[in-house]
Design a protein. Structure first.
Length: 530
């Protein structure tokens, strides 16, 4: 659909909404700020002149906005909201649903990047909008799903916004703030490094309304949701998993000035051509929940030479199904996990049943794509380099046995013979640990594929967290951050050049590692971790 100004204004005027202020546009640099004029909240007008030669490097030369962080999130219902679109193309409007105890609130839209260490740029801001406490959450007992039926508080234009990861910050006049994350997705990924926003994983851990895919109000696994909705705010600051596992990675990638594209998990899953011609895909620090269409599309792209960097652990562990809500498509994340026999698809279409990927009724372990296998939780250990001459370690100064304190955790992966994996595969780090009283190892690994792709997996969830502050009092050191940033930069630069297998071949070293065949953990604990 073509979003003309007339169509946009007509759509906004017709939308059901919380009573609020109409806003008119006033420019902020390359963007706009609406000014209060009274009535309904409609953010209109163009967001600045089109840029004929926009690049990531140009974008990050623009003035940043250092005051983008939340200072006081306040009580859970003080202010919060969600977007009606997890992602939009540049120029498409974004509906924001906001509930607050504040008399008035404002909204600022920040694009996350480098911006000479400011880390964000202000693209847009609203005028004052009348606050309103929206209706209580609703509950679908059949899947234990919490959702809301709120009115649209304001509609935000994204005309000429650069593709990227955005945070809307809601600022109440009561002094409380929350984020709402949105992706401005790329229309084409050809020749680019694709930064993935792991939206389903954010919502799997979202306890707003006292339910997520791990527990219910009583804190037990047995009372958990079987499906979670995007039609509700995200708990804590509104963007916690993005901030911990993705934000610092985006800052680094944009600082490097590489040609980047941005997609969510759902964007990949819903478009078979979403990765056509992409140089690489980057999976962030926690990317646990994958649907079958997403896995199939990513695997096909790898087979055609797209490189992949997995910069976490526990990736692609859960098999999900994406379903619509009243607001739109792909806004319900279904995952029955160990209760897969209750999934309505069970016995009907078992390849869509939402168990763990390696489990019945249609096991397909993640190691065939990632190279490693998720093994356990919880574990904390030092990261120990095994193959210091590997190309991704260039410039780090490491030797065999060099270690980095507490860099392995709190979940980890291991190269696991006996499960499907591509060869040659090269173990880069082999870090001894104890998980649930059992001795094992966490591994970083790299394999090359006959289609030309290189696939790197760091094997620890603390990789992105280590890049710099905050490091959450987890014992991570500045030297670990120096190491992980340099390795990540090496990987991203190499992968941006296209299929890596020929220029950067993997040298299989499983024979010298003597990896244990199979999972050393017992009791089925892996099935409910992560």
């Amino acid at each position: 659909m073509s979003w003309t100004r007339r169509a946009f204004l007509g759509r906004a005027a017709a939308a059901a909404a919380v009573p609020a202020a109409v806003v008119a546009a006033v420019k902020i640099g390359d963007s706009v700020t609406p000014a209060k004029t009274g009535g309904r909240a409609v953010a209109a007008a163009r967001s600045g002149r089109p840029r004929a030669r926009w690049t990531v490097k140009y974008e990050n030369s623009l003035p940043g906005y250092p005051d983008w962080r939340i200072r006081n999130q306040g009580p859970v219902h003080a202010i919060g909201g969600y977007a009606g679109q997890a992602s939009v193309l540049p120029g498409e409007p974004i509906d924001l649903y906001v509930s607050t105890t504040a008399r008035e609130f404002t909204v600022k839209a920040f694009r996350m990047g480098w911006y000479k260490h400011d880390l964000a740029r202000l693209l847009w801001q609203s005028g004052s909008i009348r606050g309103h406490r929206q209706a209580p959450a609703r509950f679908d007992a059949s899947t234990r799903t919490v959702y809301t039926k709120w009115g649209v508080s304001l509609t935000v234009p994204s005309d000429n916004w650069p593709e990227g990861s955005y945070l809307f910050r809601l600022d109440g006049d009561n002094g409380f703030q929350r984020y709402v994350p949105v992706t401005v997705r790329s229309a084409s990924t050809a020749g680019k490094v694709v930064m993935k926003n792991a939206v389903p994983t954010w919502h799997a851990y979202n306890t707003w309304g006292h339910y997520d895919l791990y527990k219910g109000p009583d804190g037990s696994y047995n009372s958990r949701s079987y499906a979670v909705s995007l039609d509700r705010p995200i708990d804590t600051d509104g963007a916690y998993l993005f901030m911990v596992y993705e934000r610092k990675l985006i800052n680094l990638a944009e600082r490097l000035g590489l040609p980047l594209a941005y997609l969510t998990s759902m964007d990949i899953a819903s478009n078979p051509h979403s990765l056509d011609g992409a140089a690489a895909l980057v999976s962030p620090g926690h990317d646990e929940y994958w649907s079958p269409p997403e896995r199939a599309i990513v695997t096909a792209a790898r087979d055609n030479g797209m490189n992949i960097a997995f910069l976490g652990a526990n990736a692609m562990f859960r098999r999900t199904r994406l379903e619509p809500t009243a607001i739109g498509d792909n806004r319900l994340i279904v995952c029955y996990k160990t209760s897969y026999a209750l999934d309505p698809m069970y016995g009907k279409q078992n390849d869509l049943v939402t168990s763990d990927w390696r489990e019945p009724p249609n096991p397909d372990p993640e190691s065939s794509l990632i190279g490693t296998l998720y093994e356990g939780f919880p574990a904390i250990a030092d990261y120990v380099v095994h193959t210091p001459h590997a190309w991704m370690f260039k410039g780090t100064g490491v030797r065999r046995g060099t270690s980095f304190k507490a860099l392995v955790g709190i979940e980890y992966d291991r190269v696991t013979p006996g499960y499907p994996m591509e060869r040659p595969i090269q173990v880069l780090a082999h870090s001894p640990l104890v998980c649930q009283g059992v001795n094992s190892f966490a591994d970083s690994a790299y394999y090359t594929h006959r289609g030309g792709a290189g696939v790197f997996n760091c094997g620890t969830m603390r990789w992105v967290e280590s890049f710099g502050p905050p490091t959450y009092n987890w014992g991570l050191t500045p030297s670990a951050g120096d190491f992980t940033r340099r390795v990540t930069a090496n990987v991203l630069r190499a992968f941006a050049d296209g299929p890596a297998a020929e220029k950067y071949p993997a040298y299989d070293n499983l024979a010298e590692i003597h990896e244990q065949v199979g999972d050393p953990l017992t009791g089925g604990s892996v099935a409910t971790a992560g």
